[in-house]
Design a binder for this molecule. Structure first.
Ligand SMILES: Nc1nc2c(c(=O)[nH]1)N[C@H]1C(S)=C(S)[C@@H](COP(=O)(O)OP(=O)(O)OC[C@H]3O[C@@H](n4cnc5c(=O)[nH]c(N)nc54)[C@H](O)[C@@H]3O)O[C@H]1N2
Ligand SMILES: Nc1nc2c(c(=O)[nH]1)N[C@H]1C(S)=C(S)[C@@H](COP(=O)(O)OP(=O)(O)OC[C@H]3O[C@@H](n4cnc5c(=O)[nH]c(N)nc54)[C@H](O)[C@@H]3O)O[C@H]1N2
Ligand code: SF4
Ligand SMILES: [Mo]
Length: 686
């Protein structure tokens, strides 16, 4: 038996694992790595059952070519030749913009080298049409942070004495964080939870409030109203660093607690109490994550409001508040000089693409615009797509339209671990290496957790003919004649090349620091010596950049449109979608019997009052409907949700909630869709 250390990539958070490998080279057992700074020995059911996923009989074992209604096994050579020939044909006929590359969460969290490498391939081909899940995950907050602070800030709850857990449920989405927060609470840290569902942490909280979904910006402005009117802010900081604070002071007068109570349903007295606690118990942080406040249609402004709350209370770039970290030096690998076109959405959502001339991410397009571009050929035809590590047929909103678009393509390639609703539409399907079957330098800790730490996600086993995503793009580039830009023999060589300026390498992280290594620093009050990296050098409470683009220069609450909830219209209820469930990751892992046993099927959460009003019974089927479609789903009647609100999860092939959501961009700044606060109705299924 051998124990090998690796960073878990199943849900992408990077927990440290000890993987026990038997004499035959098979993974026997997976345990938590006690010395890892994040999970400190803890693992979740998914990692514990990793072997059942890796060796699952349903896995894609070789490349496949579509033949009639089925698939035929082919060799990698044939697959690569077929992909290269078809992509060349599409480029010749329609130009390079006709290829779209779409990647999902497993690529996004594979480490920065993979994303830049995929982009290098796209640059060589000449397509700017790259789309990822961060059109609805996380990026709206990055944009808001940069517009306000000039950089991306992360909450540091592990060092906080007051934590506002706001629209995140770490018990399901970051289990080690839930554990840490409960431990801190026992030691006296003040815990405040803001969520329309009474989550496990909410039940232990000092204060729990349940706002009407989609009204969080009003609540944040209400907190600012109390903090400013009661003088609970850091006056020295504000005078020196907060550009436009005087305008904010006027602006927030419209958000008195009683007014905010009307908008959000949160009692004025609790708004006052939360504001006072947050401003006076130090250090304090607002612990959000990457998907809830972003998907309300006002993600960028929510991010700005939370940055302002953090900074004016003296909680920016201090441990326990918001922290920022130094970045890792990479070799630049983009070939932007070869790109003659900009991706979809740059004109309408320029800040999604970049702020002040600096790309956000790698300058992807806004994915919400892709289905229509494929279906209507505007602004240019998109006729082929490579889908890497995404089950977008289930996970992108408006599944009906996404499916129709994918089916209409001349050529579709999908690389995945398992057959999915997306791979079933592909002309060529490729077997991807799982996170236990490839080397990746996992450098996402700083981005995800504000932890200056790096670790190797190690190739521990090989599975049939699976290959890493980088290997596929490397091989494809060579077939397509881009060898001059892709001189590496292997993906590992390319990773080492990219990380060379940092001094990190696969060899070093494998032999010298297999348990990971601290890399870089957390920055503490860097602005005091260097100012804020914004055009004004200050924190931009009032954003001229937004004003010039026709947006609200100060965060301003606007009632979600179309409105929902108690308005007596056709869709009187409000649905939140996609709350995480611990056994699964999006649409993944439904095959693993032990995980499926924990949560056998999709169930929509509904309050007993709402259930009785609509004649819905616990455990019985119900029809859930929005303007986009309807599904039949089991009802779970629970006191732990606000009356009038329904909560449905995503990723279920048989009761797919994204048949009910819309891909229309809603946030005017980022183009993010609305997946929380969706107007809906429910009826008993007979
Ligand atoms: N088990 C598991 N973990 C995951 C993932 C997974 O698929 N499975 N996915 C990972 C990824 S990619 C992401 S982006 C993150 C997402 O992580 P989060 O966005 O933090 O998602 P959740 O932890 O499910 O928390 C969402 C909470 O927000 C509440 N909520 C919904 N609407 C509103 C609202 O309008 N206002 C407020 N205040 N609260 C609201 C819900 O009731 C729920 O309790 O999780 C990551 N972790
Ligand atoms: N309604 C609603 N929809 C949502 C959300 C919501 O809250 N509500 N959340 C959104 C968010 S935040 C996100 S991040 C997206 C996630 O959207 P996706 O990224 O599309 O989610 P998954 O279903 O996890 O799909 C990932 C696929 O990659 C495969 N895979 C795993 N590892 C690898 C690998 O290393 N390489 C390759 N090539 N494939 C791999 C898996 O088998 C799986 O089929 O969903 C979004 N969709
Ligand atoms: S939470 Fe579970 S699946 Fe996610 S990285 Fe940690 S151990 Fe892996
Ligand atoms: Mo996400």
């Amino acid at each position: 038996m051998e124990t090998i250390k690796t960073a878990c990539g199943i849900c992408g958070l990077g927990c440290g694992l000890n993987v026990i490998v038997g004499p035959d080279g098979r993974i026997e057992k997976v345990e938590g790595m006690t010395e890892h700074p994040l999970n400190k020995g803890m693992i979740c059911a998914r990692a514990r059952n990793a072997a059942s996923m890796i060796y699952h009989p349903d896995r894609i074992k070789s490349p496949l070519r579509k033949e009639g209604n089925g698939f035929k096994r082919i060799s990698w050579d044939e697959a690569l030749d077929t992909v290269a020939a078809n992509l060349s044909k599409v480029k010749e006929k329609y130009g390079p913009t006709a290829l779209a590359v779409c990647f999902g969460q497993p690529i996004l969290t594979q480490g920065s080298a993979t994303i830049t490498f995929v982009r290098r391939f796209c640059d060589a081909y000449g397509t700017p049409s790259v789309f990822s899940v961060d059109s609805m995950c996380w990026r709206a907050f990055i944009i808001g942070d940069i517009l306000t602070l000039g950089k991306y800030g992360l909450p540091d709850p592990k060092n906080a004495r007051c934590i506002l857990v706001w629209g995140t449920n770490p018990s399901d989405s970051q289990p080690f964080l839930a554990r840490d927060i409960l431990q801190l609470k026992q030691k006296g840290t003040r815990l405040i939870v803001i969520d329309p569902r009474r989550t496990a942490l909410a039940k232990k909280a000092d204060i729990y409030v349940a706002p009407r979904p989609g009204t969080d910006l009003a609540l944040m402005l209400g907190l600012l109203n109390v903090i400013i009117s009661e003088g609970l802010y850091d006056k020295d900081f504000v005078v020196k660093w907060a550009l436009g604070f005087d305008k904010l002071t006027e602006h927030i007068k419209a958000y008195a607690p009683e007014k905010v109570e009307e908008l959000t349903g949160v009692p004025a007295q609790q708004i006052r109490q939360i504001a006072r606690d947050f401003a006076t118990i130090k250090p304090a942080c607002i612990a959000t994550y990457s998907n809830t406040l972003e998907e309300q249609g006002s993600g960028v402004q929510l991010s700005r409001a939370r940055c302002i709350l953090q900074a004016i209370t003296g909680n920016f770039e201090v441990p326990g508040g918001f922290i920022t970290t130094s970045s890792i030096r990479h070799k630049p690998v983009r070939l932007e000089n070869l790109l003659k076109h900009k991706p979809l959405g740059v004109d309408k959502y320029p800040l999604f693409y970049g702020v002040w001339g600096k790309l956000i991410g790698e300058g992807e397009g806004q994915s919400m615009l892709l289905p229509d571009a494929i279906l209507h050929g505007k602004p240019y035809p998109v006729r082929a797509a490579i889908v890497s590590g995404s089950n977008l047929a289930l996970t992108w909103p408006n599944s009906r339209k996404v499916t129709e678009a994918l089916q209409s393509l001349d050529f579709l390639v999908a690389m995945d671990l398992f057959p999915t609703r997306t791979t079933e539409m592909a002309h060529i399907v490729l077997p991807a290496a799982s996170c236990f079957e490839r080397n990746v330098i996992f450098d996402f800790y700083r981005m995800l957790h504000g932890l200056p730490f790096v670790m190797l996600q190690k190739k521990i086993v090989t599975y049939e003919e699976s290959r890493s995503d980088m290997t596929f793009y490397l091989e494809l580039a060579k077939r397509m004649g881009y060898g001059e830009y892709f001189p590496w023999q292997t993906a590992d060589e390319a990773i080492d090349y990219i990380f060379e300026p940092s001094g990190l390498s696969i060899e070093k992280l494998s032999k010298q620091d297999p348990g990971g290594v601290t890399y870089g620093t957390v920055k503490l009050r860097e602005y005091e010596t260097r100012g804020f990296p914004t055009p004004s050098g200050k924190m931009e409470v009032y954003s001229k950049t937004l004003e010039e683009l026709g947006h609200d220069p100060l965060p301003t609450y606007r009632e979600p449109q179309p409105a929902a909830g108690g308005n007596g219209g056709s869709y009187p209820l409000i649905m939140v979608t996609g709350s995480r469930k611990l056994p699964f990751c999006h649409s993944q892992l439904r095959q693993v019997a032990r995980l499926r046993k924990i949560l056998p099927e999709h169930a929509v959460e509904i309050h007993p009052e709402t259930a009785s009003k609509y004649n819905i019974e616990n455990g019985k089927s119900a029809i859930l409907e929005t303007k986009n479609g309807r599904i039949t789903v089991k009802a779970l009647v629970t006191e732990d949700i606000l009356p009038g609100v329904l909560s449905a999860t995503h990723g279920w092939a048989d009761a797919n909630i994204n048949l009910l959501t819309d891909n229309a961009p809603v946030d005017p700044i980022s183009g993010f869709p609305r997946l929380k606060g969706v107007p809906c109705r429910i009826a008993r299924a007979n």
